[in-house]
Ligand binder design. Structure first.
Ligand SMILES: Cc1cc2nc3c(=O)[nH]c(=O)nc-3n(C[C@H](O)[C@H](O)[C@H](O)COP(=O)(O)OP(=O)(O)OC[C@H]3O[C@@H](n4cnc5c(N)ncnc54)[C@H](O)[C@@H]3O)c2cc1C
Length: 1172
């Protein structure tokens, strides 16, 4: 598990520094003003939540089973005690006795509404007045960082536009622009520009590639290599570089923005760059390289050298978003990330792409409407399209909320097409939202509210529970911490595994077996599907790190350069150029809390088995040589080989090499159970080739749970900023769709309710699709139906026990228990499979639940058994397992218990998807692919993050993006995208004081350039900041031990495995570092200290020189300003009037638009529009 996520300060933009003379807040600082000074969005619940005293006399237990088979996690039980104790029995909200609480009522209570009441009449339907956007039924306690600096600013007031103060002049020492000289207009809407006649529309993958989904869903969250989605599309749109004379023919969007207004002027550039890079990383995008779609979109329009500038702008937009996702980024703000007005259209294009693909402006965020009147379309009574989203789980709600936001942002475009923005209807079968995210409220309540639990619900997670890190792009981070401000609890990763006799397993033995297990996984990973190699179009890393754009101008577009290279004799074709090297991801460790395997780039099974196990610390059996190896190849070739069938036969082979005891078998099988937990199935049902198809996409940061219930997130999505049009208790039974997009779709519910739709997004879980009781008309084509049957969908269940008081270690969140095989002391692997997953992993969920609660997992075969087992037996077995560890302190019965049975739930039919034995590499992408007007979302459509809450949510964003593309067409690209430097209007601007028709902005810019040239000619440039030295002793260690690490890897290497890769050496060095004593580390630590001392001295010196230089520069500047008056707005106004009168002077904006602007600006007394 990674380190806890460190709060990042939003104040690092230089807040607190002395304001620059003449400057006023720019866009960036306005965004920052609405956010907390220190910001990791929200803090985890810090105090123990289980502070209740529940110690009263024991009571007899009544065990009741829900008599009617519930549709919602079928047949739960509630165990209840009857007489007085400190556990409070609330007045039942329903007429049913507490132990018979009807699930439907519980669900209605979840939504804080009476059963049958529509969401719009519920308290949740009120727009949140709290800036934290907390729905009323959500926990009321907002963690401190979410309280805004401007407490009265109602973030969700639909009519509150973001007011921008006049932005400051950009450079710190820039001339004092008159305060009113530049006004950031509020009137540019986040709409796309009117389709330009003859403009290139080659941007969309939808037009270039048969399917958009795979490209989107297969992108690694690790911000590494984009997957190549383009092979030979040599016949795409014409090159971007066009003669300047053509430019005037293209109507172009006009931006009332100055360059750099979204870049804080008082933030050092390198710090700004760091924030931009973090912004991209926090959005699952590679800060240094184009996403495949960006590549397709831009390759005809920009050159390789211009990629750097594009990436700086795109990362800058992402920076704005992640720094405050409570406010949508506007087009103006995005455009203000460009440092040069020639790049405005590029910034606008990047904005469109980021918005449409759900990288920015997603979730529970208010989208501000345009203040500009929307033009009337062709007809007065406009038609309105309908999108039906089936399912109100994370994917369905995510999709519906995203569509609402997109329709608002592109409302202008809809109206231009003569339509009202479309309406979205969500149909949900259950009487609650959240689907497999279900925080079921306990009947038991504590007498005293635990600290920090005020207003929260006492719940346990029946389904989705753990957030596997907020860092590196988890969208749940934005929703949960950035927008909803929910409280969460960090899971302590330390855990003890208890043997079946209740004794803790020896730590060293535990580690040795775990390493052997990981070695086993690494060996089989050689047989995995090969990930497709990727096209890697990178910018200049050094420039991006420093926040600088590329100054080189090449006029050859990426495509032209690629084609020119391909034309060379013996050159690689375009599709093979710039390919990232093939990376093999090798399992290195397993996450104990989730069973997920962590991978690193490396060479699978590089070393001979005997050599490796000895390296791990196992003594080899007498007579076994270092050269001894395992036989795996033949196992993988057996018919119907699965992950389980192969590993089951590898484990016994280790017995030939080392002494493997029955306890080692139990430990090994505990890890197998953990793997079966993360896949919700026995590993004999998992594909050997695809079992970790999502490898490399893990988030970083601590694992967490939401205090008071994860379901607050889907509820937030349903209700904020305004309630979705959601119809609950509406099970869909038939979907009629149009595979060739020629007609409408109809969705029919079980109660006869029918909705006609233009587009349908189906998020019905894979288990339900497999079950086949939802009818499709026409039936799904075989390519889809086959993928449905090939992918796996298994079951994980939970047994949840509430006690009066904790008898376990309250400082630990997780513990494991080894289970005895069917035949005691067996050394046969097959004997372990039925028992290993029974109550093997326990979570102490007291802190997120607010009550003393333990939650046990039933994984693999045990998950299926739970569906058939009787509640009493399960509770009795759980008690027996607990007593083996905690002895007689464990009460005979808990005060309340809940058992899940997800496979019996008619709206889930299981827990989550997995790689079925016969899966094909692209099955998840196939699941995502639309058929005509029928679209698909859900965790089972996410190849990068299947079986997760975040994967489900991301799939919803993807489906929304696909629907919008189908409605509006691809993103339009003006041609040329970047105005050539030598274009006449730019020349006019560059002529500064002499120009007769330049805007104020252009003249100020030229003034600035001239002044700086003058200053630099007298005192040279400001001294450069010293480079930061390595501050980590490990870096010195790894450098001096590189050869030793490589030699170690070469020992015992299997033939044909090549030389150790740099990454393998790195991993080995890290291992050696871990094993190094403090004494041995000391010289390296001293080297770091020495470096730091020297660096501090250099910094001191640099600061001194810098201050001296600033002083001189200020003097020179003042002198210059006295000698050369700063251009004034009035002069420019005059110039513009003259320019208007002069014939033949063109601008990039359409003439009509320009006149309209002039009228709008009338009365403001300023010509503020940036000429392009
Ligand atoms: C026991 C368990 C533990 C889990 N643990 C984790 C975890 O720790 N971390 C994690 O990230 N993920 C976890 N998951 C997975 C995660 O919960 C799911 O991947 C995710 O919630 C799926 O969201 P979805 O929108 O794809 O599907 P769902 O949430 O199932 O949404 C689909 C919706 O469609 C509705 N529906 C179904 N059929 C119909 C119909 N015919 N008509 C109308 N509506 C219908 C359903 O009621 C449901 O609301 C767990 C899941 C389970 C079951």
């Amino acid at each position: 598990m990674g380190p806890p996520s460190r709060p990042r300060s939003r104040d690092s933009s230089g807040a607190g520094k002395r304001p620059v003379r003449g400057s006023s807040p720019n866009i960036d600082s306005r965004r920052s003003n609405r956010i907390p000074a220190s910001s990791s969005f929200a803090k985890p619940s810090s105090s123990p939540a289980g502070g209740t005293s529940l110690n009263t006399p024991d009571r007899r237990m009544k065990v009741k089973e829900s008599s009617s088979p519930s549709e919602d996690i079928a047949a739960e039980i509630v165990v209840w005690t009857g007489d007085t104790m400190d556990v409070d029995v609330p007045e039942s909200p329903t007429s049913a006795p507490p132990e018979m609480l009807d699930i439907a009522d519980v669900a209605a209570e979840d939504m804080k509404m009476e059963p049958g009441v529509s969401p719009s009449s519920s308290p949740l339907s009120q727009p949140a007045s709290s800036p934290s956007m907390q729905p009323e039924s959500l926990p009321t306690e907002v963690p401190p960082p979410l309280s805004l600096d401007v407490p009265s600013a109602p973030q969700l007031e639909p009519t509150t536009p973001l007011q921008h103060d006049p932005p400051p002049p950009t450079p710190p020492l820039s001339p004092p622009a008159p305060a009113s000289a530049v006004v950031i207009s509020q009137t540019v809407e986040n709409d796309v520009a009117p389709k330009a006649e003859g403009s290139s529309s080659s941007v969309s993958l939808a037009s270039e590639h048969s399917d958009l989904s795979p490209a989107l869903s297969s992108v690694s969250s690790k911000a590494t290599t984009p997957v190549d989605n383009e092979s030979s599309k040599e016949g795409m749109a014409p090159p971007a570089a066009q003669p300047a004379s053509q430019i005037k023919d293209k109507p172009r969007r006009r931006y009332d923005v100055r360059p750099k207004v979204s870049i804080p002027p008082d933030l050092p550039l390198y710090e700004y760059a760091t924030q931009c890079i973090s912004g991209a990383e926090a959005s699952r995008l590679n800060p240094y390289a184009l996403h495949p779609e960006e590549y397709s979109m831009l390759r005809d329009h920009i050159s390789h050298t211009q990629v750097t500038t594009y990436l700086n702008i795109r990362n800058g937009i992402l920076r704005l978003w992640v720094r405050n996702p409570q406010i949508a980024v506007t087009r103006d703000e995005a455009v203000g990330c460009a440092k040069d007005s020639r790049w405005f259209d590029v910034a606008s294009l990047s904005f469109d792409w980021l918005v449409r693909r759900g990288y920015i402006n997603f979730g529970c965020v208010e989208i501000r409407s345009s203040r500009k009147p929307v033009p009337e379309g062709p007809s007065t009574r406009r038609k309105q399209k309908t999108i039906v989203v089936i399912g109100a789980g994370m994917s369905g709600l995510g999709c519906a909320r995203q569509l609402e936001g997109l329709f608002k942002q592109y409302s202008r475009k809809f109206r231009e097409m003569g339509e009202e923005p479309a309406r979205v209807v969500v149909l949900e079968g259950r009487s609650r939202v959240g689907g497999r995210v279900y925080s079921r409220a306990f009947t038991t309540k504590p007498k005293q509210v635990p600290p920090h639990f005020d207003g929260k619900r006492y719940t346990a997670e029946m389904g989705g529970m753990i957030i596997t890190g907020f860092d590196r792009g988890n969208p749940i981070n934005i929703l949960l911490r950035g927008q909803l401000g929910l409280d969460y609890h960090k899971l302590n990763p330390d855990m003890t595994i208890f043997d079946s006799n209740g004794k803790p397993v020896d730590f060293v033995r535990d580690q040795m077996v775990e390493k052997l297990y990981n070695d086993c996984l690494e060996r089989v990973s050689e047989y995995k599907f090969q990930q497709p190699t990727s096209k890697l179009i990178e910018g200049n890393r050094d420039l991006i790190d420093e926040g600088r754009d590329s100054s080189a101008e090449t006029h050859r577009t990426i495509r032209q350069a690629e084609e020119a290279a391909a034309a060379q004799p013996y050159a690689a074709p375009v599709s093979e150029q710039n390919m990232a090297p093939q990376v093999h991801l090798v399992p290195v460790s397993s996450d104990r809390a989730t069973g997920k395997v962590h991978t690193e780039p490396g060479t699978p099974g590089a070393q001979k088995a005997a050599h490796r196990v000895r390296d791990i610390g196992w003594p080899l059996k007498h007579g076994v040589s270092d050269d001894a190896d395992l036989e795996i190849d033949s196992l993988t070739k057996e018919p119907n080989a699965t992950l389980g069938s192969v590993i089951d036969k590898i484990i016994p082979q280790y017995r030939d090499l080392v002494d493997f005891t029955a306890q080692d078998f139990r430990l090994m099988n505990w890890h197998v159970a953990n793997l079966e937990y993360s896949n919700a199935t026995n590993y004999n049902q998992m594909s050997l080739r695809g079992w970790d198809i999502d490898a490399g996409n893990e988030w970083e940061g601590a694992h967490t749970m939401v205090v008071g219930g994860y379901q607050s997130v889907p509820r937030g999505l349903a209700m904020l900023p305004t309630p979705l049009n959601l119809k609950q208790k509406s099970p869909v039974q038939k979907i009629t769709y149009s595979p060739d997009n020629t007609g409408k779709a109809t969705v029919e519910c079980e109660d006869g309710y029918k909705v006609e739709a233009d587009y349908v997004v189906n998020t019905i879980p894979l288990g339900v699709l497999k079950h086949g009781n939802v009818q499709f008309d026409p039936p799904l084509p075989s390519w889809k139906a086959d993928a449905i049957s090939r992918l796996g969908f298994g079951v994980l269940n939970k047994v949840i026990l509430v006690y009066r008081e904790a008898f376990w270690n309250e400082n630990r969140d997780i513990f494991g228990v080894l289970r005895m095989p069917s035949s005691r002391h067996s050394l046969e692997q097959k004997d372990y499979s039925s028992q290993r997953g029974r109550f093997f992993q326990w979570f102490n969920i007291s802190k997120p639940s607010g009550l003393p609660v333990l939650l046990a997992l039933m994984a693999g075969d045990a998950g299926y058994d739970t569906e058939q087992s009787c509640n009493d037996d399960l509770v009795a077995e759980a008690t027996e397992v607990l007593r083996s560890v905690y002895g007689s302190r464990v009460p005979k019965q808990p005060v309340e218990a809940v058992v899940t049975r997800w496979a019996s739930d008619k709206f889930a039919r299981g827990s989550y998807s997995s790689a079925g034995p016969n899966m094909e590499a692209d099955d998840y992408d196939t699941m995502a692919r639309p058929i005509g007007n029928l679209y698909f979302a859900g965790e089972h459509t996410s190849g990068t993050h299947p079986a997760t809450v975040h994967g489900a949510y991301l799939s919803g964003l993807r489906a929304a993006s696909e629907v919008l593309d189908a409605m509006l067409g691809p993103i339009e690209i003006p041609t040329p995208l970047i105005v050539p430097k030598d274009h006449s209007s730019l020349k006019r601007k560059a002529s500064g004081g002499n120009q007769k028709d330049g805007s104020l902005e252009a003249r100020l810019r030229q003034y600035e350039i001239d002044m700086w040239d003058h200053i630099v000619s007298l005192i040279d440039r400001r001294p450069a900041m010293p480079a930061k030295p390595a501050s980590n002793a490990y870096i010195f260690f790894s450098k001096s031990n590189y050869d030793r690490a490589r030699r170690k890897l070469e020992e015992g290497r299997r033939p044909g495995k090549g030389k150790p890769s740099a990454n393998e050496v790195r991993v080995m060095s890290a291992k050696m570092w871990k094993e190094t004593t403090e004494e041995e580390k000391r010289p390296f630590v001293e080297m770091v200290e020495e470096q730091k001392r020297a660096y501090a001295e250099r910094m001191e010196e640099w600061k001194k020189l810098g201050e001296e230089w600033d002083g001189k520069a200020t003097e020179l500047r003042l002198k210059y300003e006295r000698e050369h008056p700063v251009p004034k707005a009035e002069e420019v106004g005059e110039n513009n009037k003259r320019r208007k009168a002069a014939a033949g002077v063109e601008s990039y904006a359409e003439e009509e638009e320009e006149e309209e602007e002039e009228e709008e600006d009338e009365g403001e007394g300023e010509d503020v529009v940036m000429e392009r």
